[in-house]
Design a protein. Structure first.
Length: 186
């Protein structure tokens, strides 16, 4: 009997298709989202959708977040995938006006704790795992929690933005190669 291996599709999920109020106080109780993707429905629970969220570190149309002062919200946001995933990334936003620490963990032993600046000072961090299993949780031990997710992706490398020094070095190298090529033609 031959078994066919299937390659898991890559995907990135944002919350721009969803809308909600700008404040946790107006958002209501926990909203469980079931988001259709190429690998099946991804379930997200623990928070609510906010649109044009107040006190968000960056301007995103809609985010999924949780806070201690919300309507029975959880201090854990859970993402559940229908199949094992790998190369997971998540853009996490600190909703607090002070630096706070957050733990992102998967169900196959991967875990990282990050400290994110306050929402008044960039307040976001791109977090990634090589392996992620079927579940990822985001939490904090802060009793006054307030955090949000802008996007997440799976089965793909984490997007990166080259730093200015890296771009300058790359540009210098390309100019050097161009000069060498012209010199050989002459």
């Amino acid at each position: 009997m031959l078994a066919a291996a299937t390659k898991a599709s890559a995907g990135t999920v944002t919350f721009s298709a969803y809308s909600g109020p700008p404040y946790f106080a107006d958002a209501g109780p926990i909203q469980t989202l079931s988001i259709p993707t190429s690998i099946g429905d991804v379930t997200i629970t623990g928070g609510v959708i906010l649109s044009d969220a107040s006190f968000c570190p960056a301007c995103y149309p809609s985010v999924y977040g949780t806070a201690y002062f919300g309507d029975n919200l959880s201090n854990v946001i859970t993402l559940t995938f229908p199949v094992d995933i790998h190369d997971f990334f998540l853009l996490l936003l600190n909703g607090e006006t002070y630096t706070d620490s957050f733990t992102v963990a998967d169900n196959v032993g991967g875990s990282t704790t990050v400290t994110i600046p306050p929402n008044t000072s960039s307040g976001e961090e791109l977090i990634s795992f090589a392996a992620a299993g079927t579940q990822v949780t985001v939490t904090t031990s802060d009793p006054d929690w307030d955090f949000l997710i802008n996007e997440f992706g799976y089965n793909q490398l984490t997007p990166t933005t080259p730093e200015p020094a890296t771009l300058a070095l790359l540009g210098t190298g390309l100019l050097g190669l161009l000069g060498l090529r012209k010199r050989r033609k002459a």
